[in-house]
Write a protein that binds this ligand. Structure first.
Ligand code: COI
Length: 331
């Protein structure tokens, strides 16, 4: 079998080598290039394709893969919102993802960023860079005093809940599909409105679907307690950024930690140097002391990267050799 892997970074290479050593029957070609309608031509003659990128995959990519006789595609991450489900279904291409590469990587990062918001780290860093080491006026808030509203109780949301409970915070949760074990603990509220009414922090751990697009909009912010903090390391379009800006301006929202943004592909994982991106909402939010922006890096740990490589390559092999993988995505 021959696999081609697109978008391979230097930090993934040792794991690709390890996987290849454990799978000597599989020939692997890697390229740093992302998978686009132009680069996809390199997949001709291969049996399996893996990729990882923030940019969505063009429909043409799958049309060309199908024309080369390639009927499987394995992403090295969890989110498949960059793939048009109708197109892959029409072409008969099976897609796999890596649903659980390290829930702790994401959950720990969201908690870290919330602590940084509560402790006003950005303001202190800026003050200290100017030689000002005074305490005041950045008095902080304590995590144990917060009511954390966790939206989405999949793998990541559940780890986040455990961590927050370890800090002594009160945690409430909402999910349209409840986890039976968690339900026994009485943590769930019946609606998002109820969660917004009680929480002092709203943290998002749901995928991007039609039903979750702009779930935090003007109406949602208005239902929250004044001074609520927002955490999002899931997908940028869950939040209407213009509505967030207005809610920050009015003080209804006291701060936000954003590891994902609506139009992030023009900024994140690029070195912009001194150039300001042509992205007004990003520039507005990035300039604020009470908004922490990070470049979609919650996933980026040693454990996660290893699992993303190993599990996606294995899924590609399984799909080709067995016609089946337990990582197949049911869109
Ligand atoms: C995902 O796994 O879907 C992520 O958000 C990580 C990113 C590298 C695409």
């Amino acid at each position: 079998m021959k696999i081609i892997a697109f978008g391979i970074r230097d930090d993934e290479k040792p794991f690709v080598d390890q996987w290849c050593q454990a799978n000597p029957g599989v020939e692997v070609k890697i390229t740093q290039e992302l998978l686009t309608p132009e680069t996809v031509t390199q997949a001709q003659g291969f049996d399996g394709v893996t990729a990882l990128q923030l940019n969505p995959y063009a429909d043409e990519v799958f049309e060309k893969l199908a024309s080369y006789g390639i009927k499987n595609f394995s992403v090295r991450n969890v989110g498949v919102d960059g793939i048009n489900p109708q197109v892959v279904a029409k072409l008969g291409i099976k897609v796999t993802n890596v649903p659980v590469y390290s829930p702790a990587a994401i959950a720990e990062f969201t908690v870290t960023q919330l602590l940084n918001l509560l402790r006003r780290t950005k303001e202190y860093d800026r003050k200290m860079a100017q030689g000002d080491f005074r305490w005041a006026p950045q008095i902080s808030r304590e995590l144990n005093q917060q009511v954390i509203g966790v939206v989405g109780t999949g793998h990541i949301g559940r780890v986040a809940i455990q961590i927050y409970q370890g800090f002594g915070a009160k945690v409430i949760a909402y999910d349209a599909f409840r986890n039976p074990e968690l339900e026994k603990t009485g943590i769930y509220v019946d609606s998002l409105d109820e969660l917004y009414a009680q929480a002092t922090v709203v943290t998002l751990h749901v995928p991007l679907l039609d039903s979750t697009h702009h779930m935090l909009d003007q109406a949602a912010f208005a239902k929250m307690r004044p001074g609520t903090l927002i955490v999002n390391a899931s997908r940028g379009p869950l939040i209407d950024e213009e509505a967030l800006i207005a809610a920050l301006d009015s003080g209804q929202i006291a701060g936000a930690a954003l590891d994902v943004m609506e139009d992030e592909t023009q900024v994140f994982n690029h070195d912009l140097g001194n150039r300001k991106p042509d992205y007004p909402a990003f520039n507005n939010l990035f300039a604020r002391d009470n908004v922490l922006i990070s470049p979609h890096r919650a996933f980026y740990t040693d454990v996660a990267v290893r699992n993303m490589v190993f599990e996606s390559f294995q899924a590609s092999r399984d799909l080709f050799e067995k016609g089946y993988s337990d990582k197949e995505v049911k869109f």
